[in-house]
Design a protein around this ligand. Structure first.
Ligand code: ADP
Ligand code: ZN
Length: 615
């Protein structure tokens, strides 16, 4: 999350604990003590290294006329000889000048007696009282700290949720460029929030949770804020990582507090960013999970379940790791709506650039479409960053407008910069990816038992450089042998397309072959779809853990194992041949569609079908 505008805090701000008087007192005290320390003896310094001699010697020196002056402070004698040597000596308190014989009129010695009583009075007063003052002051200071500490200890459990809205201009869908599909889906939520009666009257259940799924910086927070802005409801935002902050139990009470606040302000939206920080699969560490996280997650679930149909609070959560989320979060009545927010394609990138250049003086000859073309793989946040950087560049050069050169330079900077964690694919990689994905799509389209192609994309996400989505028409629970076979072909289509066009396969970042092999093996061992007949090979005792079958037992001989391997190989080989034939036959189409995909980066179902035409 970046560029978040400053929030209006809901909590009243606490008063500053220290009054100006307090500071004044401290300054006075410090000044006084410094004065006392340094100014006790104005000329003390010069006598610091003076030699200390017995009073008898002073008397002797006096008699011999060596002494220029004697200064007597209480019982201390500061003596300066005629050759300017300094000496110190002490007399008994009872000894007067006369007693010491310093009253000889014939001897030229200047004798002064300093009345130290006054300063002694002050210094003793300060020495006596200063510590007391300091102690009193310290006491009050500590009291204040304790009070403050107590109040902040009680606020641990308070959520740090931030409230948006109020005087701030609300975000609208207009400010979110691209993401049209997501907007369409969220339109419904806006309507729920605006006129809940419309739906409750019909007996419809108001949705509880919406999971926004997308890479960092794709505008999930922005989108959630726009939903709140469109519906004109308050927006409470908190990050999952904030829950996991301190002591056990704090997270849960924060959740309680957050939901409390949201309900009080209903209709409203709660936005939980980075929900994967708390919503990871519980117990995924095989025993000994993170207690705090688990409690927080449980509390979120409890709160969500506790909503009745009248509670008009919608919880939106954002994650870029939907795969690690606890299944319980995704159950109906919880985050059962999933809205994918993709990295922007060419068109969307241009739109985002337009949105963010609105308040910037962009030179007339700047071609934002061109910038969009160069920034494949950039997220919305990256693009916003590019324009911001270019504005800074232009300002540095004192120019009036932002030039194309400024923007180009910033694109490079953002691309290289620390912000950009994942490497952008090279042109070659993009080309290979395009053919690979179209290979999947084309084979899937030609074969009758594959699901229809929903979308093809070569915008890299995480490890995968591209994806092809097939959309199952209905929930299927029964799969036929021919469906499995077609599916394997479609999985092989990617690598084979690469091979046909570039004469070699690449590793890609996909597990296509792995998946194809797995299907083939299951056909043989689990579903009896091979020459080996209707026998299940390997017995499972049904203890699954995170999708991994822990207890599969081999209940067949090595001989059978070899036969199974042979069958799997046959299935795969047959599929390979079929796929190769299809792709070779439609090579022209493969090239045509791939080129279009390279240009557009994404192809929708309709666009794909139009390109393919009738086969
Ligand atoms: P996320 O929550 O997905 O990490 P954010 O919503 O925090 O991303 O996005 C960060 C910033 O990037 C936004 O404040 C906005 O300036 C910019 N941005 C991202 N996507 C878009 C978009 N589709 N349209 C306009 N601006 C966007
Ligand atoms: Zn693939």
């Amino acid at each position: 999350m970046r560029n978040r505008t400053s929030p209006n805090k809901l909590r009243p701000t606490r008063k500053k604990p220290n009054s100006p008087f307090g500071y004044f007192l401290v300054v006075i005290l410090i000044a006084t003590s410094l004065y006392v320390i340094f100014n006790q003896e104005p000329e003390g310094e010069s006598f610091k290294n003076a030699k200390e001699i017995p009073i008898s010697q002073v008397q002797k020196q006096y008699a011999e006329g060596q002494i220029k002056s004697i200064k007597i402070e209480n019982n201390k004698l500061k003596i300066i000889l005629k050759d300017d040597t300094k000496q110190l000596s002490y007399k008994a308190a009872s000894d007067s000048i006369k007693d010491l014989g310093f009253d000889n009129a014939e001897i030229e010695t200047e004798i002064t007696i300093v009345n130290t009583e006054a300063s002694a009075f002050w210094s003793s007063l300060l020495q006596g009282i200063l510590p007391v003052i300091l102690l009193v002051f310290l006491f009050f200071f500590l009291m204040k700290q304790v009070q403050k500490g107590a109040s902040s200890a009680f606020s641990f459990g308070k959520s740090k949720a931030k409230l948006y809205g109020g005087k701030q201009k609300p975000t609208t869908f207009k400010e979110v460029a691209g993401c049209d599909e997501a907007k369409m889906e969220l339109e419904e939520i806006v309507d729920f929030l605006k006129t809940p009666q419309k739906y409750t009257k019909m007996g419809a259940k108001i949705p509880r949770g919406v999971m926004l799924v997308g890479a960092p910086g794709t505008g999930k927070t922005l989108m959630a804020r726009a939903v709140a802005g469109e519906a004109k409801v308050p927006f409470f935002s908190i990050s999952g990582s904030e829950f996991v902050e301190m002591f056990v139990g704090v997270g849960a009470s924060r959740v309680r507090d957050l939901f409390e606040k949201a309900k009080r302000n209903a209709p409203s939206i709660i936005f939980i960013d980075e929900i994967d920080a708390v919503g990871r699969q519980r117990g995924a560490g095989m025993g000994g999970g993170h207690d705090e996280r688990e409690q927080t997650l449980n509390q979120i679930l409890t709160e969500m379940d506790g909503f009745d149909n009248e509670t008009n609070v919608i919880i939106m959560a954002a994650t870029n790791r939907p795969d690690v989320l606890d299944k319980a979060l995704l159950r109906p009545g919880r985050f059962d709506r999933r809205v994918i927010i993709d990295k922007p394609d060419l068109e969307a990138r241009e739109a985002i650039l337009v949105v963010h250049s609105k308040e910037k003086p962009i030179a007339k000859n700047v071609n934002l479409k061109d910038v969009a073309r160069k920034t494949a793989g950039f997220s919305g946040a990256d693009l916003a960053n590019v324009l911001n950087e270019s504005a800074i560049l232009a300002a540095k050069q004192n120019s009036k407008t932002i030039s194309q050169k400024d923007i180009d330079q910033s694109v490079e900077k953002v691309m290289m910069g620390p912000e950009k964690k994942s490497r952008l694919p090279t042109d070659k990689e993009r080309e290979v990816t395009a053919y690979h994905e179209v290979g999947h799509a084309l084979v899937g389209h030609v074969l009758p038992n594959c699901d229809p192609v929903h979308k093809i994309s070569i915008i890299s996400r995480g490890m995968a450089l591209g994806v092809t989505w097939f959309l199952p028409q209905e929930d299927k629970h029964l799969y036929s042998k021919s469906k499995f076979e077609d599916e394997i072909c479609s999985l092989m289509g990617g690598n084979l397309a690469e091979k046909i066009i570039f004469k070699e396969e690449s590793t890609g970042a996909s597990n296509d072959l792995q998946r194809a092999t797995k299907i083939a093996r299951q056909m043989v061992t689990d579903y009896g779809m091979s020459k080996l007949g209707p026998i299940v090979y390997g017995e499972s005792h049904g203890s699954h853990y995170l999708g991994i079958d822990l207890s599969r037992q081999k209940n067949y001989s090595e001989e059978t194992a070899a036969k199974i391997d042979k069958e799997v190989e046959n299935i795969l080989k047959k599929a390979y041949k079929r796929t190769e034939t299809i792709l070779k036959k439609h090579k022209k189409l493969l090239i045509k569609v791939s080129k279009e995909l390279l240009k557009k980066e994404t192809l929708s179902e309709a666009e794909f079908k139009k390109l393919i035409g009738k086969i």
